[in-house]
Write a protein that binds this ligand. Structure first.
Ligand code: ATP
Ligand code: MG
Ligand code: FE
Length: 341
């Protein structure tokens, strides 16, 4: 009852093997960061070629680590979207190949559902996490607020109207002269700054619903930078930016919780969930609603294959396998998933 998970939708090449009960037997992630850094962002063609070069060896490695062979697998789960099509084809095709060779089910996993179901992985939340729960997915490519109601059943309550939150961090960090990807660098700089020095906009604060907007914030940062800043000024601006984002996310999350009265928890995931200021703000929101804040360990918040294998296990249990002619989807909203009965 071993499930192999493959992730290749963006700039992480990853493979993992889980037991059907959720025990992680092996996991490996290769970041392509160094390959894309010279270009200041992910280059799709480079990403696809890198997945092609590294994913098969990574599968070999996790099989060895788990002490098994392809014959020991019960199913293969591969990210089939959303993401960069070249990378998706690499992972999906390798996954299908293994499934054909072994005569086992192929599971086409929506990357966002991978993020969404990860908090249900045994050990992440004491006693396990029951549906429905509210997920804030905060990453470089996504900023969404989703009510996770069941396997394949996700209701998007809000999304960003412009930049994703990680993108906003990265763009503002770039304006502050920090290396790409700037999120962690900006957080470190903010630690030495005074958040009250600059008044920055708090987009959509208090507005109904749970949509997000960050481009105005970025513009405000650009305008302040353009006037010239000393080192302390840069730190103050970083702190002000982080405070504005934290306050905005907290406000949006509070609105979303009001839209989801049955929610059992507030869950935060995605690379931006690493940010302590944001976590603290969201913990306050959850506490005021009488709910736990659940944040998977960072390595399971950022792109990984454990989440793909786990989503595969949840779908396999629900009988939701995919035929071998399933085509990867570069765009694949959470609302368009196949759900159980
Ligand atoms: P996606 O998962 O949506 O396809 P991605 O690969 O960019 O996109 P992740 O790997 O989950 O997403 O997250 C990366 C993003 O998280 C980057 O924008 C990065 O700057 C941001 N990030 C990482 N650590 C921090 C931090 N401590 N504070 C703020 N942002 C951070
Ligand atoms: Mg990434
Ligand atoms: Fe992701």
């Amino acid at each position: 009852e071993l499930v192999l998970g493959l992730e290749s939708s963006c700039d992480e090449t990853a493979a993992a093997i889980l037991r059907a009960d959720g025990t992680i037997l092996a996991e490996a992630v290769l970041s392509q960061l160094a390959e894309h850094t010279p270009y200041g962002g992910v280059v799709p063609e480079i990403a696809a070629r890198s997945h092609l070069a590294h994913l098969p060896a990574l599968v070999r490695r996790v099989l060895d680590q788990a002490g098994t062979t392809p014959a020991g697998l019960a199913a293969v789960a591969a990210t089939a979207g959303p993401g960069l099509i070249g990378g998706l084809i690499v992972g999906a095709t390798l996954g299908k190949g293994i499934a054909i060779a072994q005569g086992i089910p192929y599971l086409a996993i929506n990357h966002l559902e991978g993020h969404a179901l990860t908090p249900r992985l045994p050990g992440v939340h004491p006693g396990g996490l029951a549906f429905p729960y509210l997920l804030l997915l905060l990453s470089g490519g996504h900023c969404q607020c989703v009510l996770v109601e069941g396997v394949g059943r996700h209701r998007r309550l809000g999304t960003t109207l412009d930049d994703a939150v990680g993108e906003a961090f990265d763009k503002s960090a770039k304006l502050l002269g920090l290396p790409w990807p700037g999120g962690p660098h900006l957080e470190r700089l903010a630690a030495t700054g005074d958040a009250k020095r600059f008044t920055l906009p708090r987009p959509l604060l208090g507005r109904a619903g749970c949509d997000f907007s960050f481009s105005g914030l970025k513009t405000a940062v650009a305008n302040i930078v353009a006037k010239g800043l000393d080192p302390q000024g840069r730190a103050d601006l970083a702190a002000g930016f982080q405070a504005a984002v934290s306050a905005t996310l907290a406000d949006r999350a509070a609105h979303a919780l009001a839209m989801a009265p049955g929610a059992t928890a507030l869950v935060v995931s995605g690379g931006v969930a690493a940010n302590q200021g944001i976590r603290t703000a969201l913990a306050g929101v959850a506490a005021r609603a009488g709910l736990p804040l659940v944040a998977p360990p960072i390595r399971l918040c950022t792109d990984n294959a454990v989440m793909i294998a786990w989503a595969g296990i949840e779908r396999l249990r629900a009988g939701l396998t995919e035929p071998l002619d399933h085509a990867p989807r570069p765009r694949w909203p959470l609302g368009e998933l196949v759900a159980a009965g």
